[in-house]
Write a protein that binds this ligand. Structure first.
Ligand code: ATR
Length: 280
């Protein structure tokens, strides 16, 4: 029987997840259907229960529903609980279990695919929404030295820092403090500010020479921050396409018990993105 899987988002029509999971299912010889379901914030909970009613076995959750998804789960993995955000739902009996594979996906992409060493880094994390919450615990577990969280709404940065529970390594600052923060050897953009804005205005001196710059978005949404990072002298500069593929592989493993190979799918998507100069 074909099992039912989906990605919930808003908007979600251009999500690459259906393509990635179709490739994984083919590779592993598993029959599964994976569709994109657009649900507004107000409709998210009812859309997820309607999906369960028609036999939904698992789902990915993307922007802007990751924190909302955590609230629907009767059980959360340790990393989802620490993140306060869920990107992977698994149906167990009549309940949803929630996990978060974003952080693992990011760390695998940076350390595995790109061969980077994250240990001892002084990291600036821009944003404190679902995406930031998903990756922060994994960055700490990967051995970074300090995490500085800056968010437009400072209360959300403080809430994330509290949830991480490591006051010796995790600090928050106001957006207005950025010019005085010194410099970082890793800067992660986890805001959605690139979507729809031409400019990314940050002081160049935030970046140490050859700082690692990472945007959790990909395609057009990643362009403003990565253009800033180039002007600031960051090297390497990495978008979220590899993380997307790696988090998908982790989700696939949660549902099916086997982790697919990611290199081929990543190479295909990267070639396509480069050809278009955008990918979404
Ligand atoms: P996601 O799941 O992608 O994290 P989200 O939970 O809606 O989506 O979070 C979006 C993040 O981008 C938040 O940190 C948001 O800041 P606020 O918490 O102050 O809303 C940030 N963000 C969005 N647009 C922004 C902008 N124009 N400038 C700065 N930060 C922005």
């Amino acid at each position: 029987m074909t099992a039912h899987y989906a990605v919930f988002g808003h908007p979600v029509a251009h999500s690459l997840s259906p393509r990635i999971h179709a490739a994984f299912a083919k590779q592993m010889g598993i029959a599964m259907e994976y569709v994109a379901i657009d649900a507004s914030p107000a409709d998210f909970a009812s859309a997820v229960s309607a999906f369960a009613t028609v036999g939904g076995r698992g789902a990915n959750v993307t922007l802007p529903h990751k924190e909302r998804a955590a609230a629907l789960c009767s059980q959360l993995s340790e990393r989802a609980r620490r993140a306060g955000a869920v990107n992977t739902l698994k149906r167990v009996g009549l309940q949803w279990h929630g996990d978060n594979t974003d952080g693992e996906g990011l760390v695998r992409d940076l350390t595995g695919r790109h061969g980077l060493d994250l240990r001892a880094r002084r990291v600036l994390l821009l944003g404190a929404g679902g995406a930031a919450r998903g990756v922060a615990p994994a960055l700490l577990d990967a051995g970074i030295q300090e995490l500085w969280i800056v968010n437009r709404t400072p209360e959300k940065a403080d809430a994330l820092a509290d949830a991480l529970g490591q006051p010796d390594r995790v600090h928050t600052r106001y957006l207005a403090d950025l010019p005085n923060l010194g410099n970082y050897d890793m800067i992660v953009n986890a805001t959605s500010a690139g979507r729809g804005e031409a400019d990314f205005k940050l002081p160049f001196r935030l970046a140490e020479a050859r700082a690692l710059a990472v945007d959790l978005s990909y395609g057009e949404a990643a362009i403003p921050f990565l253009a800033w990072a180039q002007a600031a002298g960051c090297e390497p500069r990495i978008d979220g396409l590899g993380m997307l593929v790696e988090q998908a592989a982790e989700s696939f493993a949660i549902w099916h018990g086997q982790r697919p190979e990611t290199d081929e799918v990543y190479a295909e998507l990267r070639a396509h993105a480069d050809a278009l100069h955008t990918a979404d």
